[in-house]
Write a protein that binds this ligand. Sequence first.
Ligand code: CTP
Ligand code: CA
Length: 225
Amino acid sequence: IVEILSTEELTEKKVLVTAGGTQEDLDPVRYLGNYSTGKMGYNLARVAQVEGADVTLVSAPTNLNKPNGVDLVEIKSAEEMYQQVMELQEEQDIIIMAAAVADYRPVNREVQKIKKSSDELRLELERTTDILSQLGQVRDDEQVLVGFAAETEDLLANAQQKLKEKQADLIVANDVSASDIGFASDDNQVTLISEQGQKKIKKANKLKIAIQIFNEIMQLAADKE
Ligand code: CTP
Ligand code: CA
């Protein structure tokens, strides 16, 4: 990767990235999922690794290759992601929640395959733990905490609210309604939102976006010192 960050500020920093869409089992052959492919998170992990960071990638199932030199922790459900992230969070300098974490999971995971019977089947769902919010509550001041906001409407207002409610340092606001950017696409077009204000990043591939996100993170880290 060329034209990366100008400094060596990431060297030996501990960086945790989550990626992919979690899968919530309904029965042995079915799950509830989402369209996240993990590309944004994997690019973030790759950039951090190339820049000399000690990177852990907590990943939901994806079709992507494991980035070289990264500790890969594979999980499936929101609950498993939560457990792994909480175990690793304390030692991290930077945590980036790029994963599309399920908000709800089935109350029951059926042991046997659900058979079709009546014309209608109602699923009972319960809320998962909001990992980013938990991280916002337990972290210390030096840690940089980054979240994403996937929105199909009122992008900036909703993202601004997530910055505050989840006590993050940075929210990467992502319009997931457009098909040429966001989920599943190689390109993305995001707005970076912090207490300092909003910065619109022009449409680019996810590797370039990842580099710009780290540039912003390093500025926020410097401001904390
Ligand atoms: N997130 C999380 N744990 C969850 C749900 C979301 O850590 N159970 C994180 C995501 O990884 C992302 C941020 O919270 O960094 C925002 O996710 P998003 O789905 O945009 O927002 P929600 O807070 O879940 O609210 P909603 O889906 O209702 O917009
Ligand atoms: Ca959500």
